[in-house]
Design a protein around this ligand. Structure first.
Ligand code: SF4
Ligand code: SF4
Length: 130
């Protein structure tokens, strides 16, 4: 985990993280040692792939040490987070669930660029209309 996330891992508890087919392929290719015996994702009611939880934590979360076992290859949504897209307002916002949003994307240019990439991800990889 990054320093910003040290000893937190809140967003990995009861995660609702959406994953793209590219995310899934990358994890299968690169994270063999951490692949569970069961599928690590499922199709949710919106017809999108979503990470599974086990005992209330993301399937890849190491709850004792509070680390992501696949950090280097974690899904793109986990990389953008705590920046998320508000579909009603049609803009990127910080997810209030994260207690340390003030530490992320402090420079406006970085924030704008991350928002641009997040929107591109939603459109191109998840085929969502925004
Ligand atoms: S992104 Fe926020 S909620 Fe998630 S681990 Fe980091 S500080 Fe915690
Ligand atoms: S893949 Fe890693 S960063 Fe993403 S929710 Fe799971 S444990 Fe957290």
């Amino acid at each position: 985990m990054s320093d910003k996330c040290k000893d937190c891992g809140k967003c990995c508890i009861e995660t609702e993280m959406i994953v793209s087919e590219d995310d899934i392929s990358l994890i299968i290719r690169k994270c063999q040692n951490y692949l569970p015996n069961q599928a690590f994702y499922f199709k949710n009611e919106d017809n999108l792939f979503q990470l599974k939880n086990i005992e209330g934590n993301c399937i890849f979360f190491e709850k004792n040490s509070k680390i992501c076992n696949i950090y280097e290859y974690r899904p793109q949504g986990c990389r953008f987070y705590p920046l998320i897209f508000d579909f009603e307002k049609q803009k990127c916002i910080y997810d209030k669930y994260c207690p340390r949003t003030h530490l992320f994307y402090k420079e406006k240019a970085v924030l704008n660029n991350t928002c641009k990439n997040l929107k591109k991800f939603l459109k191109k990889q998840l085929n969502l209309k925004i």
